[in-house]
Write a protein that binds this ligand. Structure first.
Ligand code: PDD
Length: 284
């Protein structure tokens, strides 16, 4: 099936969509992105993603080519045109095309691209029942991981290292503590306490993380936002990750050692249930 995609104001069949070879997203990774999930044909936490997009753009002094209302309309039109009931919408904004120069151009027009990825079984993911295996790797990314840029080569290398080790993903370690997963935020549970790294430049400020922590606190669960070591993680009762594409996903093995009983934990299962339930109700 040929998808309808959105490029700079136009809805086009995917094989007719084009951007310049001089686009700074292509030449310098000078671009930011968002991934928003779709359940029941509706957008999950669109407002959260729109807000973080604006923050990423502001941090890079990049213009936003659309208003939040226009962005919502584009998302909805792509869901409609591609008949997506469950899946993801990818959005990318770059500084646009300009003759190659490291300094930002004065007059470039930002490029905006959106496309859909239909994914049946996103909510009913069988991995939620079996859990993920992760390995640890050094965090060798740049220092502004709070900006959601399209520089994803190191996370790709991390996923490949995980695959080679027979695992699903990698948790990244810096100065002896876990920062986050290659494409998700990382958590452990010890006793009744959920522990996840505090916000800062070192990690992406996950939109799913914000919602899950809010819901955990509302459900009277104890939350500690602080760094944790791999040793703590291996000795934890439970572990899990969150992201727009996995929601809340249990981790059952870290570097070959089982976490807790080696099966998905109760806290992760409960949070996944609450998250999906509340977010479906609030979807737009
Ligand atoms: N990744 N940390 C990193 C490094 C990420 O790339 C992501 C998201 C997250 C979770 O953020 P959120 O809850 O807002 O999805 C944390 C997306 C899903 C991706 O690159 O496909």
């Amino acid at each position: 099936m040929t998808r309808t995609v959105y490029v700079n104001g136009e809805y086009l069949p995917e094989d007719q969509a084009m951007i310049s070879i001089f686009d700074r997203g292509f030449l310098f990774a000078d671009g930011v992105y968002e991934v928003t999930s779709v359940l029941d044909g509706k957008l999950i936490d669109f407002a959260g993603h729109a807000k973080r997009l604006q923050r990423s753009l502001d941090e890079l002094e990049m213009a936003n080519p659309v208003t939040e209302e226009e962005l919502l309309e584009i998302h909805r039109e792509l869901v409609r045109a591609n008949n997506v009931t469950e899946g993801l919408i990818y959005l990318q904004v770059t500084r646009g095309a300009a003759d190659r120069d490291f300094a930002y151009p004065d007059d470039a027009t930002p490029t905006i691209v959106l496309f859909t990825q239909a994914k049946a079984g996103l909510a009913d993911n069988p991995m939620a029942k079996t859990g993920m295996k992760v390995i640890s790797i050094a965090d060798e990314r740049w220092g502004r991981r709070d900006i959601k840029t399209v520089q994803l080569l190191y996370p790709s290398m991390g996923k490949m290292a995980a695959k080679a080790a027979g695992a699903h993903d990698a948790w990244m370690v810096e100065d002896g503590v876990v920062t986050e997963g290659t494409s998700n935020n990382a958590y452990i549970v010890k006793g009744n306490t959920i522990i996840t790294r505090h916000l800062g430049h070192e990690i992406l400020h996950g939109i799913t993380r914000a919602a899950v922590l809010r819901m955990a606190r509302e459900a009277q669960m104890k939350v500690e936002e602080r760094p944790f070591t791999m040793e703590e993680a291996k000795a934890a009762d439970e572990a899990f990750v969150t992201s727009a594409s996995t929601f809340v996903m249990p981790v059952v093995e870290i570097d070959g050692s089982p976490v807790g009983s080696g099966t998905p934990g109760k806290v992760a299962a409960r949070l996944r249930e609450i998250y999906l339930d509340e977010m479906r109700k609030a979807a737009v």
